[in-house]
Design a binder for this molecule. Sequence first.
Ligand code: SAM
Length: 248
Amino acid sequence: APGLYLVATPIGSARDITLRALDILREADVLAAEDTRVLRRLLEIHGVPLAGRPVMSYHDHNGERMRPRLLTVLAEGKSVAYASDAGTPLIADPGYALAKSVSEAGHLVTTAPGPSAALAALSLSGLPTDRFLFAGFLPSSAGARSTALAELGRVPATLVFFETAQRCALSIREMIARLGDRDGALCRELTKRFEEVRRGKLSDLLNGVISDPPRGEIVLVVDRDRSEVGEAGIEVALREALETMSVK
Ligand code: SAM
């Protein structure tokens, strides 16, 4: 059917792609990718022929220019499969403005769900999975970062952060300062050869990061505040929420 298909791709292990995702990549009229070379390589691995179909590049820096072009393709009644470099498009990856404008233009937007680094890490973290907040990458400026951590510190949910190997020690140090020494998990190179999950207090993780610096791609997962203050804070927040509701 015509429309935009958001196709999730592997986060490490090339065979982590769904059969339906491959069907969609095989059948779409037009392919679009954050990095066309990465998509071509994936198609090659799985024996999906391009068969002369266009592969358009779509990323944050050409989005404004490319959206009208992709909308034209969709208006012609064609299907477009969009993939980012790894994992689920739009999740700390390009595609949000595209999906929004395609849906506003009245075309179908649908998904071929699959790998997601955030969910893979959460499920391996050993931390509660009943309620979580995906925080993406912390801002790079020091001020914005401490504001973000102060806000997140009050959220009664497991927190999931994307990190880089270079910045990870700095981030954990700031988390200890702003959130307290909570339980955490450092999830690295998931589904790849050097997959590793380190669990412990943030202070243990920090010591580990200093003595044995982690390489590669990292997701940090942090528990909610378990201190009495935190638990009491949640009670207060819940009571206030209930009171507000009953007033209405
Ligand atoms: N859209 C992707 C997804 O749904 O998984 C995330 C893209 S984001 C630009 C890249 C970040 O995801 C990395 O910096 C890292 O924090 C995390 N990541 C991606 N692949 C990973 C892996 N195999 N192991 C651990 N973290 C990973």
